[in-house]
Design a protein around this ligand. Structure first.
Ligand SMILES: [Zn+2]
Ligand SMILES: [Zn+2]
Length: 131
């Protein structure tokens, strides 16, 4: 799976990807201007052409972007090095919408009609907590 930023200076390649998940959390919405549509791509993600700028958005994660055009390139979980990539980077790929997370932080001014799995932030932390 190959994608690129808006200006084309950074290309990204990922070999694994999950179904599409949407995050309604306040951080994603501030970052993305709306809910973040994302796919989990594991740790095997390669960037080429340029180096993404990184911003540490929490104790456990960094977010990356192109410093030239500002395109959001990734959310990276620091303990595992796993990447979650904005689905919009990949225009040639079809995805299946699987889940919505941090549903309790979704504002009232929009609702998706897709019938998908819905998780609270607490349920997400439980799902990804080390066993
Ligand atoms: Zn760019
Ligand atoms: Zn989020």
């Amino acid at each position: 799976m190959k994608g690129q930023c808006l200006c084309g200076s950074i290309e990204v390649e990922a070999s694994d990807q999950t179904d599409l998940s949407v995050c309604h959390c306040t951080t994603c919405r501030r970052w993305a201007g709306g809910p973040m549509f994302a796919v989990h791509c594991g740790a095997d993600v390669r960037f080429s052409g340029g180096t993404p700028s990184r911003y540490q958005s929490s104790d456990w994660a960094e977010r990356g972007f192109c410093s030239h055009c500002g395109t959001h390139l990734f959310y990276c979980l620091l303990p595992t090095g796993e990447y979650v990539l904005p689905v919009g980077l990949f225009q040639e790929q079809d995805f299946s919408f699987a889940s919505q997370i941090f549903i309790e932080e979704k504002p009232g001014y929009y609702d998706f009609s897709n019938q998908v799995k819905t998780l609270t932030g607490q349920q997400v932390f439980e799902q990804f907590a080390p066993k």
